[in-house]
Write a protein that binds this ligand. Structure first.
Ligand SMILES: NC(=O)c1ccc[n+]([C@@H]2O[C@H](COP(=O)([O-])OP(=O)(O)OC[C@H]3O[C@@H](n4cnc5c(N)ncnc54)[C@H](O)[C@@H]3O)[C@@H](O)[C@H]2O)c1
Length: 322
């Protein structure tokens, strides 16, 4: 009899992760390959696809990768048909490709708005539409959408992103509603703030030993008082792609260390020394270099007045003797 852990295996399944040349997409692909799936991915141009292919080769993962813009229905249909011929029908789709534009809403052009909505919301519609008929024919499938905390929350400068990710939450529920009867499960992952090389500068300890203001803001909002790591997302990604989640449908699971459940604390209560240890090696190196420079500077500054005060002391001792 198969044990419970066997239900998490993806052996022989074909998993398509959109926009997976690097970033979270590549991490999902790595986890799926480890769970036994055959991985296929697309990206927006050949340079990125080649970068992805080289990265997978380094990791020892056999993949199929090709150029395909998720906003272009014809390209998506061709990609899916090529994958079916070369690898096999798609069992798992991760709508990972996404973009963000940080522009105040009143300064955002309609083209900029449309670009975000097209990739983040229309892309998942086009890609899901392209795989659902074959999933129905074969008795089921899994669709996992890349939502965000912005599926629930607003923030300055991200109107299009929040609108798209909020819409993606509802598309998730609707795919579940329409196609759940065909054993298709559509769920979403909503990552919180994840520590990646791109966000490392936001986590650097400042020259005076304090937290970066943005780091302080995030930690004060997070009950876990830390950023997420890419690995924090992988268990859920495999679970939602596997038979272990066959009765879970239309859900968005947030991996945010508790941010969405918490009103946040007064950031001035945070003790910087508690967070001086970062897992990120680059950040550690930079922080150490900054600290050494700061200590040297303080010592040099201390020496000068100390010499003066010693002179003063000895001068006053002399005058006292006199
Ligand atoms: N990184 C985070 O902390 C975080 C948090 C919440 C949600 N997300 C979501 O997770 C997903 C992945 O995030 P990431 O940080 O790895 O993003 P990323 O920007 O590092 O990677 C996105 C990928 O999508 C590709 N892409 C963009 N437009 C495309 C298009 N039209 N067609 C095909 N591919 C396209 C990019 O080239 C890139 O490979 C995104 O949808 C993002 O919104 C990320």
């Amino acid at each position: 009899m198969a044990g419970v852990l066997d239900k998490f295996k993806l052996t022989g399944k074909v998993a398509w992760i959109t926009g997976a040349s690097y970033g979270l997409g590549l991490a999902y692909a790595k986890a799926y390959a480890e769970a036994g799936a055959k991985v296929v991915f697309n990206d927006i141009n050949q340079e990125l696809v080649d970068r992805g292919l080289a990265e997978y080769k380094k990791l020892g993962i056999k993949v199929y990768g090709a150029v395909c813009d998720v906003t272009n229905e014809k390209q998506v249909e061709k990609f899916v048909s090529d994958v079916e011929k070369k690898v096999g029908p798609i069992d798992i789709l991760v709508n990972n490709a996404g973009i963000i534009k940080r522009i105040p809403m009143t300064e955002m052009t309609l083209n900029e708005w449309n670009a975000v909505i097209n990739v983040d919301l229309t892309g998942p519609f086009i890609c899901s539409k392209a795989v659902i008929p074959s999933m129905i024919k074969r008795g089921g499938g899994k669709i996992i959408n890349a939502c965000s905390m912005m599926s629930e929350l607003g923030r300055e400068t991200v109107s299009a992103y929040a609108a798209a990710k909020g819409g993606l939450k509802m598309l998730t529920k609707n795919i579940c509603s329409e196609y759940g009867q065909y054993n298709i499960q559509c769920n979403a992952i909503g990552p919180g703030y994840i520590a990646t090389p791109q966000t490392a500068p936001l986590r650097e300890i400042q020259a005076d030993g304090s937290l970066h203001p943005f780091d302080r803001f995030i930690r004060s909002k997070t009950p876990a008082q830390r950023w997420g790591e890419t690995e924090d997302l992988m268990g859920l990604a495999v679970f939602l792609a596997s038979p272990a989640s066959d009765f879970i449908n239309g859900q968005v699971v947030y991996i945010d260390g508790g941010i969405l459940a918490y009103i946040g604390q007064d950031p001035s209560n945070l003790d910087a020394s508690k967070f001086a240890q970062h897992k990120d090696k680059e950040t550690l190196k930079k922080t150490a270099a900054k600290k050494t420079a700061a200590v040297k500077k303080t010592k040099a500054a201390e020496k000068k007045p100390a010499a003066k005060s010693t002179e003063k002391k000895s001068a006053s001792k002399k005058s006292a003797k006199k």
